[in-house]
Design a protein around this ligand. Structure first.
Ligand SMILES: Nc1ncnc2c1ncn2[C@@H]1O[C@H](COP(=O)(O)OP(=O)(O)OP(=O)(O)O)[C@@H](O)[C@H]1O
Ligand SMILES: [Mg+2]
Length: 305
């Protein structure tokens, strides 16, 4: 669906994207994860053709994206990071105006507006002015306003910023429903949990470069782990003490073992060894590794500094 080849975008004071290459397949829910200023929105604006790259190119559905490429733009819905709504108009009027940009037949548009308002739980509030909406309601309206032309590719730029859990879940459910219907979604966020929960594949972007990409499991496999691991003491684990000692120092704590991992301990090889030795994971207790830890490992910084 999307092919990004060695894409570079330079602003006067910063190289926002530095030779980025990425492929997003049809039907994927693709996460673009990175801290403030990483280049996520710049990439979204290039994908839809609002900006020109300084080098490299983007293909969407095999067609090169250009600033006047109306064909590719019809295939894309960009949900912008900053709200783009008319405050003095009602939700319904906003959607009718956005729909008119895409020359959708009136009858079809009406039906779609109703259905979409319903799916983000705003139908009862359709006649209220947007300026009286909560932040979360505005976010939900912003989301459906950009997608009225029913494009096969959705670019969602931090669609859950500053919303309450209820709105957040409504946004997740809506996007996951569209993804199940076959839409391809590129979703930017700096919330690790969102990426872990929804995305089939993730790229981590930092200072305009992709520093890692893959499925959540593939990414976490790269993680070294240095916290101690608690192992229940029983016949099975006691007979495998030598196996555990390959991975670190094993301390006998009477009721359980405590494993202090060696430098460079990789969870993936640890769990592979357990499996090969028919050792159940249920005897092992540890903090679940997260993408947050991976980001820290790759960059030496926290994502939300
Ligand atoms: N139009 C512009 N002119 C000049 N610099 C820009 C412009 N747009 C973005 N930048 C710079 O490019 C870099 C990347 O910005 P971008 O908005 O793409 O980051 P982001 O990952 O979306 O961050 P955030 O999570 O804060 O939205 C930043 O240093 C930003 O200041
Ligand atoms: Mg942004």
């Amino acid at each position: 669906m999307i092919e990004i080849k060695s894409l570079t975008k330079v602003f006067p004071s910063v190289t926002a994207l530095d030779k980025i290459s990425l492929t997003v397949n049809d039907g994927e829910f693709f996460g673009l994860l990175g801290p403030n200023g990483a280049g996520k929105s710049t990439l979204m604006n290039l994908l839809v053709g609002y900006l020109d790259p300084d080098a490299g190119e983007i293909l969407v559905g095999g067609e090169k994206v250009t600033r006047d490429g109306l064909q590719t733009r019809k295939a894309i819905g960009l949900v912008p990071q900053s709200l783009a709504l008319y405050d003095d108009l009602s939700a319904q009027d906003n959607l009718e105006i956005f729909g008119s940009f895409y020359h959708i037949e009136k009858r079809i548009l009406r039906g779609r507006i109703k259905e979409r308002l319903d799916s983000v739980q705003l139908y009862d509030r359709r006649k209220d002015k947007v300026k009286n909406f909560s932040g979360g309601m505005k976010r939900r309206l912003n989301l459906i306003a950009s997608l009225l032309h029913d494009p096969p590719l959705l670019l969602c730029d931090e669609p859950t910023v500053g919303v309450d859990p209820q709105s957040r879940n409504a946004i997740f459910d809506f996007l996951m429903m569209l993804n199940r219907q076959g839409k391809t979604i590129v979703y930017t966020t700096h919330y690790m949990e969102e990426a872990e929960r929804m995305c089939s594949r993730i790229a981590i972007i930092d200072f305009g470069k992709i520093i890692a990409d893959g499925t959540v499991d593939q990414l976490l496999e790269r993680l070294t782990y240095d916290e101690s691991i608690s192992i229940a003491k029983n016949q099975a684990t006691m007979s495998k003490a030598e196996l555990f000692k390959q991975f670190g120092s094993l301390i006998d704590e009477n009721d359980h073992f405590e494993l202090k991992p060696n430098n460079g301990f990789l969870l993936s090889s640890f769990f592979r060894q357990l499996e090969q030795n028919d050792m159940s994971h249920k005897f092992i207790e540890m903090h679940k590794p997260t993408l947050e830890a991976l980001f820290l490992h790759l960059t030496g910084r926290r994502l939300r500094d």
